[in-house]
Design a protein around this ligand. Structure first.
Ligand code: HEM
Ligand code: SF4
Ligand code: SF4
Length: 522
């Protein structure tokens, strides 16, 4: 069995590969529109395209065995300009959902965002895979062409292997007369209720994600819709010859996104396919509990400092804080409570608490909510020490303090005379008053804030909240008196340390020019 350190190294290598790939796509798309970081939201969007196009296709569809094929032919050829395009959109958006879902789940796995408090989201992703396949495959049956015949018979034989129905369901496809309208209507219902249930599971999937991001950026949504329309015009979805139960289908043009399992079924048989499908699902479902597991201590509320303002409750990206009626008799309505099993120890709540201010005596430095492993007192000692490092190289002005996070570019690598770095679990842990405080220290001319790339915060919302706090649109905000030219934000992933270093050099130059223009050399 591989050791857990070799597992970690392997994962690190995979993560770096993902980050490199994303950095390449950042160039044409920009970090916010990078499709690789939007796979979950794109899956949602494609679902809506499939649902909307499905309603139109259903209006034109004849649900009888005899009329189904012909009705699809009519919409494809006689109404190609609308029915045909909508049918193609329905097919291509369904195919795209498989692609985005596979990328999304692989990314969450590789970036280690599936265990611990995220177990529920991961776990509920597994039935999504089943529901998506059931929904897609049942759609192909309805065309009732040769391909439908092949996959309908294959699917029914696969189900019959379980022996749960007295009469084999595949018997419905034995002879041309055996497929009744009633059975066909049942297939139509499967294709309507399958996707509805899929939507329900998708809703459960994000139910516990606090403030989930469900919609992709507008540009990506419009861009992919246009792409589907172009594809629909260039290569419209068409049917095979009509189904004929007296013939064995040959020369099938498979939709490999949904149908790759059918050749496996033909070659290895139903038993092996069941073993594979159930085995892989069980392994996937168990992933969040597989080693290496790490669990830092959860955040703790200090009631004597908590005034029940709800900021930590609003900002926590994992819904770990709740507000309950006051228990200590102090004149506030509510108090914060942390659910230890939901807390990832990201520290974002520390950054959001109004009491987290460093402009106080060390012994008084207790805040409303804090991390046991890195509390506010220690957090303040660190920049003070780092600033001392800058101050000892006073000739190397302008001095810059770099605040970063454990998941983005490593701030240790950018340290040099005049530049000190400090990482914390998430950049969202840094209260804005700490930026103000650091700038007030001797030797510090600028503060550079870094952390995971835009839209890719390991703790979901840390870099977004930080930007909003600096911009003064989110409490607690950076005080107006702080000169914004002395603060720079540059998001950089772990593989972008060189870019971060270049940005620091550029920032120092700007700070130098700023000081000269003000007539006070640093
Ligand atoms: C149609 C399929 C799917 C859709 C539409 C979808 C959508 C989403 C969305 C919108 C989020 C929330 C993103 C956020 O705001 O942080 C999310 C998170 C997540 N999804 Fe999916 N998902 C799908 C399939 C899956 C599958 C199959 C898995 C794994 C088996 C999976 C695993 C996860 C995990 C672990 C997260 C949590 C990420 C985090 O907390 O940072 N998803 N998904
Ligand atoms: S440490 Fe993070 S997850 Fe835990 S309560 Fe605070 S904000 Fe929520
Ligand atoms: S942010 Fe601080 S003061 Fe406000 S509710 Fe949370 S712990 Fe209490």
């Amino acid at each position: 069995m591989p050791s857990s350190s070799s597992q970690i190294n392997f994962r690190k290598r995979l993560q770096n590969a993902v980050l490199h790939l994303e950095a390449v796509l950042d160039r044409p798309f920009g970090p916010e529109w990078n499709p690789l970081r939007q796979m979950g939201t794109l899956s949602f969007f494609y679902y809506w395209i499939v649902a909307a196009s499905g309603i139109y296709v259903y209006i034109l569809f004849d649900t009888s065995v005899g009329g189904a094929y012909q009705s699809v032919e009519v919409m494809t050829h006689q109404q190609w300009y609308l029915g045909g395009i909508v049918r193609s959109l329905h097919r291509y958006a369904s195919d795209a959902m498989i692609v985005t879902m596979v990328f999304h789940l692989s990314r969450e796995f590789i970036m280690d965002r599936y265990r611990d408090v995220r177990w529920f989201t991961w776990f509920t992703g597994v039935p999504i895979i089943w529901m998506l396949f059931i929904s897609g495959i049942s759609g192909y049956w309805l065309v009732w062409d040769m391909l439908a015949q092949y996959i309908a018979i294959g699917s029914m034989e696969w189900i019959d292997w379980l022996g749960i129905f007295g009469e084999p369901v595949a018997n419905n496809f034995l002879t041309p007369g055996s497929l009744t309208d009633r059975f066909f209507t049942l297939l139509v219902f499967m294709h309507i209720f399958g996707p509805l249930f899929l939507l329900f599971v998708m809703w459960i999937h994000v139910m516990r994600v606090s403030q989930p991001k469900i919609n992709p950026p507008r540009g990506l949504a419009i861009g992919s819709l246009v792409m589907f329309v172009v594809l629909a015009l260039a290569k419209p979805a068409v049917s095979h010859a009509p189904a004929d139960l007296s013939m064995v289908p040959s020369e099938l043009n498979m939709d490999w996104f949904y149908m790759f399992l059918y050749p496996v079924f033909d070659t290895w048989g139903a038993g092996t396919l069941w073993a594979l499908a159930i085995g892989i699902s069980l392994i996937l479902a168990a992933m969040p509990w597989m080693p290496p597991l790490k669990r830092p201590k959860p955040a703790v509320v200090y009631l004597e400092k908590c005034n029940g303002c709800t900021r930590c409750f609003v900002d926590c990206p994992f819904g770990a804080v709740s507000m309950v009626p006051r228990t200590d008799g102090r004149p506030f309505e509510r108090e914060a409570v942390v659910a230890a099993d939901l807390c990832t120890s990201c520290g974002i709540c520390v950054g959001s608490c109004p009491v987290s201010t460093p402009f106080r005596r060390t012994e008084e430095l207790v805040t409303g909510i804090d991390l046991p492993d890195l509390n506010l007192k220690r957090l303040r000692e660190k920049p003070v020490k780092a600033v001392e490092r800058i101050a000892t190289t006073a000739e190397e002005r302008p001095g810059v303090m770099v605040f970063g996070c454990e998941y983005g570019a490593d701030t240790n690598t950018v340290e040099k005379p005049g530049v000190a770095g400090l990482s914390m679990p998430c950049i969202g842990m840094l209260p804005p008053s700490f930026m103000d405080f650091t700038l007030s220290q001797d030797g510090v001319d600028g503060v550079l804030i870094t952390g995971c790339q835009s839209c890719d915060c390991f703790n979901r919302l840390g870099n977004r909240w930080t930007e909003e706090r600096i911009a003064g649109v989110r409490d607690p905000y950076l005080r107006k008196r702080v000169e914004r030219e002395r603060i720079k934000v540059f998001w950089a992933s772990r593989i972008q340390e060189q870019s971060l270093s270049d940005q620091i050099d550029a920032f120092r130059k700007t700070l130098g020019t700023l000081a000269e223009s003000k007539g006070d050399a640093p």
